[in-house]
Design a protein around this ligand. Structure first.
Ligand SMILES: Nc1ncnc2c1ncn2[C@@H]1O[C@H](COP(=O)(O)OP(=O)(O)OP(=O)(O)O)[C@@H](O)[C@H]1O
Ligand SMILES: Nc1ccn([C@@H]2O[C@H](COP(=O)(O)O)[C@@H](O)[C@H]2O)c(=O)n1
Length: 205
């Protein structure tokens, strides 16, 4: 059984997916971490992020592995744990360019589809493209200002700067970010984290 939780940037996908997955006793899978890992490695190798051949060669010679756990995902490149380096502003600003490359999307999708069920999968196109046959689909939204205020609690930048970055990322991610027609769309603005998790669990039960 697969539950998909898609949504715009910083709408709460990973926090909510983690809470839902823990309540269900299954792992959750953060697809964005794989796009972030490809971006980080491209930046570190000083590659042009718009060039798929260079990135794919790098990913082929230095394979990246996603470790899905209920409490939080980790991403490994060999023995190196990349996870703590994946949420920098630098990666945030480059990731949508990398995610627009069809070859990189195929690389991510293949890894996700190889994972053993059951799990909760979060991202942008989990319910539309990667797992269209999933029986339970959700899509999280909230205004850019609310999302920026939440994110400002975990980043050094101020709210307007974060809001501008989120809006830019939303725009660059538009193509792959449409909600599945059979997804329940949840405006998380008026809800706290547990409220969103409970809304989803109620629907699942
Ligand atoms: N309903 C909510 N109420 C208050 N804070 C929330 C809510 N949902 C998420 N948050 C907080 O908002 C921040 C962003 O959440 P999270 O990282 O889960 O979003 P995301 O969609 O996975 O982000 P990204 O797209 O950048 O990976 C976190 O600090 C989280 O605790
Ligand atoms: N299914 C997905 C997931 C992510 N992306 C791209 O990765 C970026 C980071 O994802 P977060 O979930 O950590 O925000 C995101 O901005 C997208 O560019 C994607 O395309 N498809």
């Amino acid at each position: 059984m697969i539950v998909t939780i898609d949504g715009v940037a910083a709408s709460g996908k990973s926090s909510v997916s983690s809470g839902v997955a823990q309540a269900l006793g299954v792992p959750y899978v953060s697809s964005g971490l794989l796009y972030r890992a490809a971006t980080l490695l491209g930046l570190e190798a000083d590659l042009d992020l718009r060039g798929a051949p260079g990135l794919l060669k790098l990913l082929g010679t230095h394979p990246v592995r996603l470790e899905p756990l209920a409490g939080g995902n980790r991403v490994w490149q060999g023995e190196r744990d990349l996870t703590d380096d994946l949420h920098s502003t630098r990666v945030d600003r480059g990731v949508s360019v990398v995610a627009a490359l069809p070859e990189v999307r195929e690389w991510v999708d293949a890894q996700l589809r190889a994972l053993p069920e059951p799990f909760v999968a979060e991202g942008r196109d989990m319910g539309t493209n990667v797992f269209p046959h999933a029986p339970h689909k959700f899509y999280l939204t909230a205004s850019a200002r609310i999302r920026a205020e939440r994110r400002a609690r975990e980043r050094p930048e101020d709210v307007p700067a974060i809001e501008a970055d989120l809006q830019r990322r939303d725009e660059l991610d538009t193509v792959q970010s449409a909600p599945a027609p059979d997804a329940l769309v949840i405006d998380t603005g008026p809800l706290d984290l547990q409220g969103v998790i409970d809304t989803i669990l109620t629907r699942l039960r």
